[in-house]
Design a protein around this ligand. Structure first.
Ligand SMILES: [Zn+2]
Length: 134
């Protein structure tokens, strides 16, 4: 697995734009690829999540990832991960984002599309069921 690169080996292989520079300079470079079929990247720093849902505790952070896959995602698809117990220290948060990227990349390695939304409690990534209201 290729990790935390700026020029994507998968894009190079598939003649796509290869730059993986995040939107803002504060965002850590968190990228994953198998070098041929897919890449995954952290879009930006996680932001506070405030959707007005009572079943989600306040203080959660939402992290966005983009991925492409030659088999089912020709254009970037967004995956949102809700960190339900975000750490206070940035270094720990960064480590968790890299861990999340590892887990998502493992899913992509199996050849299955990712879910649109996940929850991360600091250790485990679980699929999130969207509760639509009204
Ligand atoms: Zn790529």
């Amino acid at each position: 697995m290729y990790k935390d690169f700026l020029e994507c080996p998968h894009c190079e292989e598939n003649s796509r734009q290869t730059s993986m520079v995040p939107l803002r300079w504060m965002a850590p470079i968190v990228t994953r690829s198998d070098g041929s079929r897919f890449h995954l990247l952290l879009i930006d720093m996680p932001t506070k999540f405030s959707p007005g849902r009572r079943d989600i505790p306040s203080g959660c952070l939402a992290a966005g990832f983009w991925y492409v896959h030659v088999a089912f995602a020709p254009t970037p698809i967004t995956v949102s991960v809700l960190l339900t117990a975000p750490p206070m220290e940035f270094a720990v948060l960064e480590g968790q984002l890299r861990h999340i990227a590892d887990l998502l990349a493992e899913e992509l390695l199996t050849g299955r599309p990712l879910c649109p939304q996940y929850e991360f409690d600091g250790e485990h990534l679980t699929e999130m069921v969207l509760a639509y209201q009204g």
